[in-house]
Design a protein around this ligand. Structure first.
Ligand code: FE2
Length: 425
């Protein structure tokens, strides 16, 4: 007897299986014909995936688009300036309200684990307090991991260092940074060293905004990898963005990638945002705003796709759909072989879960009873269609249902109306 069975779903690896759940745990992934359950979802060939995971987001800024004005230049630097203006006027309640509204979107899209950076450059720690409250309020259905992020620079902002440590003291989970925004390369490298030491002393993970610039000489990722290795933080340190690697000299990159692999560094490119922000100073040809994804993966480096922003000072669109993120990443990184496309789906599920360190993630007995049923037949079709999330299960409870979206056409040359589905598999 199960509490819930999802019947006949196609798993991301192509197997067709029933998934039986008891309480908050997956009890069986098998042929469960004849088994009874209090509740049954008929998946009937629909793709059943573990939930989507977003390893890079800014929940304190989300849904604030247009406040107090829009980003006219479309650059990272104007976005940071604009966020600075908004921080002066936003209230804690407004931040909580917007973040919770976003979490509703995320839950409905099957996005059930989020790592969010939270700006620590505020003596009141308003955003930190707000996001700690949100983490508690969504705890039953979304795993929210918070990163202490000194947005204005650990050293560039006079109180950032003290406020970042205060944020960690009151419960923020991960150590962040932004070395390329410090005043000098030397300060940037020093900030990486100090923040990694803080993480090592406290037993925390590290996730830094790193080299989010078109400057090929922005090489803080080298220091990040070296410090991860020196401090024994292998597998616990992530470099987010890493866009400068796109512009780096290839000989230097041939030395950098093995260092990153030895250090167990993970990487999070954010393709929606960086295809918009990067290359803004270029005449033609304009550079793509993406790091070297396939080359890192060829070296065994874990790479996950991140979303970064939805409707905020840096990005004017966004839907909380990690398939949108993977779809853009697939295009910009030219990951177009069947194996590479399937890997793009794995990046927004298993790879991202690994970066967050989610222990009981995945569709296997003993793991958390969380999954999403999609109106697609396999991961590649899911990327092509970015379809309805027919059902979302979190901790054994069905938290969202969505209908299939089929068009009904009435055409002059056809006697009857026809249903048109874009799904093939
Ligand atoms: Fe970010």
């Amino acid at each position: 007897m199960f509490d819930l069975i999802v019947k006949g779903g196609t798993l991301p690896d192509g197997r067709v299986a029933d998934i039986g759940m008891r309480g908050k745990t997956i009890a069986a992934v098998d042929d469960l014909s004849g088994a009874e359950a209090a509740e049954v979802i008929e998946a009937s060939g629909d793709l059943v995936s573990p939930p989507f995971v977003d390893p890079h987001f800014h929940l304190d800024a989300t849904l604030s688009y247009g406040l107090p004005r829009i980003n006219a230049s479309g650059t990272l630097l104007e976005g940071i300036g604009l966020w600075g203006e908004l921080k002066q006027v936003v209230t804690q309640d407004e931040m909580v309200e917007r973040a919770l509204a976003y979490c509703d979107w995320a839950a409905s899209m099957g996005l059930l684990a989020i790592r969010s950076h939270v700006d620590t450059c505020d003596d009141r720690l308003l955003g930190v307090e707000a996001m700690l409250e949100v983490r508690e309020r969504v705890r039953d259905y979304i795993d929210l991991q918070l990163v202490a992020f000194p947005q204005d620079g650990l050293y560039r902002d006079p109180t950032a260092r003290a406020n970042t440590i205060r944020a960690l003291d009151i419960g923020v989970d991960v150590v962040g940074g932004i070395p390329h925004f410090e005043r000098t390369m030397a300060d940037g490298a020093a900030s990486v060293r100090e923040l990694c030491q803080i993480a090592a002393d406290r037993g925390l993970m590290v996730d830094m905004h790193c080299d989010e610039t078109d400057d090929p000489l922005s090489r803080h990722v080298e220091t990040l990898a070296f410090e991860a290795q020196r401090l024994g933080l292998q597998g616990r340190v992530t470099g987010s963005h890493l866009t400068s690697m796109h512009s780096m000299d290839s000989y230097y990159v041939s030395k950098l990638l093995p260092l990153m692999a030895e250090a167990g560094l993970a990487a999070i490119p954010n393709p929606l945002i960086n295809i918009m922000l990067q290359g803004r100073h270029d005449a033609y040809p304009k550079r793509r705003g993406l790091t070297r994804v396939k080359e890192m993966q060829a070296h065994g480096i874990t790479v996950g796709w991140g979303q970064d922003c939805v409707l905020d000072p840096w990005y004017s669109l966004g839907t909380a759909d990690m398939l949108d993120v993977a779809f853009m990443g697939l295009h910009v990184a030219q990951m177009t072989s069947p194996e590479e496309m399937a890997r793009c789906f794995d990046m927004v599920t298993h790879q991202n879960a690994q970066i967050l360190g989610l222990a009981d993630y995945g569709l296997a007995p003993g793991n958390r009873a969380s999954l999403v049923v999609l109106d697609a037949g396999n991961p590649i079709e899911a990327l092509r269609l970015r379809p309805s999330r027919l059902a979302v299960v979190s901790n054994g409870k069905v938290i969202s249902r969505m209908p299939r979206e089929d068009a009904t056409l009435t055409l002059p040359d056809r006697p009857d109306s026809v249903r048109r589905r874009h799904r093939i598999n």
